[in-house]
Design a protein. Structure first.
Lengths: 227, 466
């Protein structure tokens, strides 16, 4: 099955080269040069994944991520020209699931796409029975988290992160372990990915995100599910 | 920095501060000496004049008494002299032709200077300072013309001499004190005058160490303020310029990223079809592939370097198990047969370091040992006093002495890696190591493996328990 990827990138040559390279991996790439055009195309058609360049003319990549997140949990990978902590973290906090720094190898990008798609397609994380964390009710089969019967919207990445921690409840998982289990590859020690997603997850599930009780930080080691 | 640096002129005695001090001290000494001498001579003249006038008055009275006695009583001269009431210590004598009568035996005619005797004999009252048996004294002569005798009186001047001596000593002490005081004043004034100079030199030193935001505080003194103002505008210009240079490097590398992304992707498409390419095209493609990799690494490292140098990426300290991390990187990159020598301490203790940077330091050093040093032979991590010391040894030809510093500069390919064709490095790896180590406040250097060929890279990072 061909996956359909929307690439939002103002450099037409990069889009052309990407669609050629990703075609070899079995992906069909549609390119748009602006965020505004991307939103139109995205609403009109169905895409399995979106690649977003952070530096776009007009509406920028961060705002596009937020706009996409408002209506969908489609996996988003940002393409950034800078590996500065600031840009990467801002992109992840705007709702992106992952990032690659230009120039990247197709292999690397393809691996990340594959791993994100795998997560999206299997809505069953390793644990399949429903469970309760604090006042949260998690239903893995349905892919939903409820508080007082009301669903909390989580992206797939956030949902998997929560389930991974739940499966090892009471144990500490290091950032590296979480990277490998949730993102699915041996990431070159970039704990920013984990930290940014944990932060987003906390704002959604913690009663008081600045004083987390459900997802606890264990200094120097990693994270642990409490509650 | 380069050719404009001038050697200092031959040093004069001990710097400006000492010269000012000495000048002040000499000035003080001269002034106080002149004043003391004038004071001393004025005091001496005044005191002497006063004493002489008093002595003369007394001598006249005594001479009149002797004359009256001689006229009225016709008593012997010795008897008359005995009845004289002289001031303490004074002696008197009468010269009657060749006869000499004195109040004491020790007083002889020869004690009176001959000129004074002649003057008195000629009928003139006279006096003179003499040395009387080793003591200063005043001798006064009054001619008693009617009686045909000369009256002489000796008055000791020891009291005056000791008064003068006290004055002399006081002035001497005052002169020494004034000289020292002038010297201290000079020192204080010099230090005060040099204070702005010291702050300029301290500020320039801070700038040289890389703190480009150093500025001098403005002074209220217009002369000093001019120095502060021009220093600050120089610092502004320098800072702008360095920032512009850094921004240029970073802009250029940024602009290179888009075409590189296109190249890398197109490259992958070609690589996937390498089998259907003619042999020559295949060989050409291999070259393109290799160079794109180098180009990409170079852009990556240049950006990282310029960001680190601009201070755009602050340290992100987190607990790091250095020994474990070093071993991980070394096993990933190195050959299997190298010595591993890790302190036991390091298994249990995590240090506060920037993990990403430490990993980069280790990766670059070990990769360097692999590409230029014919492989890593030993990895050592030890606890030193306040530091953790990481040592990486290789079996290569070593680094020539003159390259020990230069090898950590950008694109400084050491003599051992001149063969650019085989060299896959970017020329930035060690510069990046140096930059990341510097940010941690540590140090890095290279020397030779003791007793063998091979280079030894040593990194010291501060030991802060996490």
């Amino acid at each position: 099955v061909q996956t359909r990827i929307l690439a939002v990138e103002d450099d037409a040559r990069i889009v052309r080269a990407l669609s050629l390279a990703l075609a070899d991996e079995g992906h069909e790439v549609t390119g748009t040069e602006t965020a505004e055009a991307a939103l139109e195309v995205f609403d009109a058609d169905r895409f399995d994944l979106v690649l977003v360049d952070l530096m776009l003319p007009g509406m920028n990549g961060f705002d596009l991520c937020r706009a996409l997140r408002g209506s969908s949990d489609v996996p988003v990978i940002v393409l950034t020209a800078r590996s500065d902590t600031h840009d990467v973290v801002a992109g992840l906090e705007a709702g992106a699931d992952d990032y690659v720094t230009k120039p990247f190898e197709t292999k690397e990008l393809a691996a990340r796409i594959r791993s994100l798609l795998r997560r999206t397609r299997s809505s069953h994380p390793s644990e399949s029975e429903r469970f309760v964390v604090g006042d949260l009710e998690v239903v893995p089969e349905a892919g939903v988290v409820r508080r007082d019967g009301e669903a909390i919207p989580l992206t797939k990445t956030e949902f998997f992160l929560l389930c991974e921690l739940a499966e090892h409840r009471g144990m500490v998982l290091s950032r590296e372990q979480l990277l490998e289990r949730v993102w699915g590859y041996d990431y070159f020690g970039d704990s920013r990915l984990v930290d940014a997603h944990i932060r987003r997850l906390r704002t959604k599930v913690e009663p008081d995100p600045s004083n987390p009780v459900i997802i606890q930080t264990v200094r120097g080691l990693g994270y642990r599910l409490g509650g | 920095m380069t050719a404009t640096e001038q050697a200092p002129r031959p040093a004069r005695i001990g710097g400006l501060q000492n010269r000012v001090t000495i000048t002040f001290a000499i000035g003080g000494l001269v002034l106080v000496t002149v004043l003391s001498l004038v004071t001393y001579f004025l005091a001496q003249r005044y005191l002497l004049g006063q004493r002489e006038r008093a002595a003369l008055r007394q001598a006249f009275l005594d001479a009149r008494f002797v004359r009256d006695e001689l006229e009225e009583t016709r008593a012997g001269e010795a008897e008359i002299l005995r009845s004289l009431v002289l001031s303490p210590g004074s002696e008197a004598a009468v010269a009657d032709g060749a006869r000499w009568t004195a109040t004491t035996r020790t007083l002889e005619r020869s004690d009176v200077p001959i000129e004074l005797r002649d003057l008195v004999a000629a009928g003139t009252t006279a006096h003179q300072r003499i040395d009387f048996h080793g003591r200063p004294a005043l001798v006064l002569g009054v001619p008693l013309v009617d009686e045909g005798v000369d009256y002489f009186e000796f008055r000791p001047m020891t009291e005056l001499a000791s008064t003068l001596e006290v004055i002399r000593n006081s002035l001497l002490v005052a002169a020494v004190a004034a000289t020292v005081a002038a010297g201290l004043l000079g020192r204080w004034a010099a230090r005060r005058a040099l204070r702005p100079l010291n702050s300029v030199s301290a500020a320039a030193g801070r700038m040289a160490e890389g703190d480009l935001r150093t500025r001098l505080t403005r002074e209220s003194d217009p002369d000093l303020d001019r120095v502060a103002r021009s220093f600050n505008s120089m610092a502004d210009a320098l800072e702008t310029r360095i920032e512009r240079d850094a921004r240029f490097v970073s802009d250029v590398t940024h602009e290179l990223r888009s075409p590189l992304t296109t190249l890398a992707a197109a490259n992958d498409v070609l690589r996937a079809r390498v089998d259907i390419l003619p042999v020559q095209a295949r060989a050409a493609l291999e070259l393109v592939v290799a160079e794109i990799d180098v180009l990409r690494d170079m852009v990556e490292e240049l950006l990282e370097l310029s960001r680190a140098q601009a201070g755009a990426d602050p340290l992100r300290l987190e607990p790091v198990y250095v020994g474990e991390l070093a071993l991980q990187v070394a096993t990933r990159l190195g050959d299997s047969d190298f010595v591993v020598d890790l302190d036991r301490d390091l298994d249990a203790t995590a240090l506060l370091l920037d993990k990403r940077r430490v990993e980069r330091i280790l990766t670059n050093l070990i990769a360097n040992a692999q590409t230029h040093g014919q492989g890593i032979t030993a990895l050592r991590v030890h606890r030193e006093d306040g530091f953790v010391r990481i040592t990486i040894e290789d079996r290569g030809p070593g680094v020539a002495g003159e390259d020990h510093e230069r090898i950590f500069e950008r694109f400084a390919r050491g003599s051992r890696s001149r063969r650019r064709g085989e060299d896959k490095g970017t020329g930035l790896g060690l510069a990046l190591v140096a930059e990341h180590v510097r940010l941690h406040g540590g140090s890095v250097w290279v020397d030779d493996v003791p007793g063998g060929p091979g280079a030894r890279f040593v990194v010291e990072l501060p030991w802060i328990d996490a």
